[in-house]
Write a protein that binds this ligand. Structure first.
Ligand code: GUE
Length: 291
């Protein structure tokens, strides 16, 4: 029997529907909608597309967007001043800096440190990452939080399960490992220096691939019945020139072995945007004393 799809499209639509009602109620109660500011620098087409997705999703649920688009040669000081102004702007509940930043004259980590942690919609400020590590409430980063939301929505048990996370980035690998650990999984983090990756992943009840390499996870690496979460977003060239989006998992082969699998597109990527909006509403609610 082929694996059941973990459908990020359906789940995110469900979240948007619930958020639309919630945002309407909150907007009536507090006299303003939640607000999200996205800082984008340069004109990387993939980043521009993500930012458009985020703004469209905001519009859909009634969150105000305060998009700011800067040329590639913007200075660090100018970006930092913009962040400071957004920190004290009462219409803004969430701030994010779209990554990657172009060129090498900008220090993304320094920008992140300027964001008020209570407005850190991406959950990437060290304060929020520290809270995750300590198991304290805070804003959680969107992609890993979206993965956890998917597992929960499909009633997939995590406690006591062996989870193998492939990839150790601060954006996905490390935080997802901590979130799985917080739900009492036994977690292994594998990476580019792990010898014999297949032997490690074959043990896993839950495999999370977050590397950015097409076909990294092949059928022989997956235990029958395992849950396979594909966080990879790789655009591979096609003859038409438009390119095709694939994850890190050889979907066609792994689908017949896994119990559950996320598609790309239509999986984790959809949840990432939904969780960003969720964080913005959460930040708004906390800042206004709602929760
Ligand atoms: N500060 C920051 N925060 C981020 O969260 C962030 C970032 N920078 N930089 C880039 C990555 C990547 N990312 C995605 C968001 C949505 C989809 C998404 O919607 N994917 C759709 C398909 C999109 C398409 O077709 O191009 C899907 O998988 O179904 C994917 C990837 C957020 N990121």
């Amino acid at each position: 029997m082929p694996a059941q799809l973990l459908d990020g499209k359906v789940l995110s639509q469900r979240m948007y529907a619930a958020m639309t009602t919630q945002v309407q109620e909150l907007t009536t109660k507090y006299g303003r909608p939640p607000g999200l500011a996205v800082l984008m620098v340069g004109d990387n087409p993939a980043s521009a597309a993500y930012v458009r997705n985020k703004e469209r999703a905001c519009e859909r649920v009634g969150i105000a967007s305060f998009g700011t688009h800067f040329p590639t040669d913007v200075t660090q000081a100018e970006l930092e001043q913009t962040i400071q102004a957004l920190n004290t702007d009462d219409r803004v509940d969430g701030i994010l800096v779209q990554l990657p930043l172009p060129g090498n004259h900008l220090d993304g980590t320094a920008l992140l440190l300027k964001i008020d942690p209570s407005k850190d919609a991406d959950g990437l400020h060290p304060d929020n990452l520290g809270r995750l590590m300590r198991g304290e409430p805070g804003l959680r980063s969107c992609t890993p939080n979206g993965v956890m939301e998917m597992l929960k929505a499909y009633d997939i048990a995590v406690a006591g399960k062996k989870a193998v996370v492939i990839g150790r980035s601060i954006l996905v690998g490390k935080p997802i490992a901590l979130m799985l650990l917080a739900e009492n999984a036994t977690v292994t983090i594998a990476h580019s220096r792990t010898p014999d990756l297949a032997t490690v992943t074959q043990e896993a009840d839950i495999v999370v691939a977050a590397v950015g390499r097409p076909n990294l996870v092949t059928a022989d690496m997956v235990k029958p019945g395992a849950v396979v979460i594909d966080v990879g977003i790789n655009r591979i060239p096609t003859e038409s020139g438009k390119g095709r989006l694939v994850g890190d998992v050889d979907f066609a082969a792994v689908e017949s072995i896994a119990s559950y699998i996320t598609p790309v597109p239509g999986g984790v990527g959809q949840m990432t945007v939904a969780m960003l909006l969720h964080n913005t509403v959460l930040s708004y609610s906390r800042r206004l004393g709602e929760t």
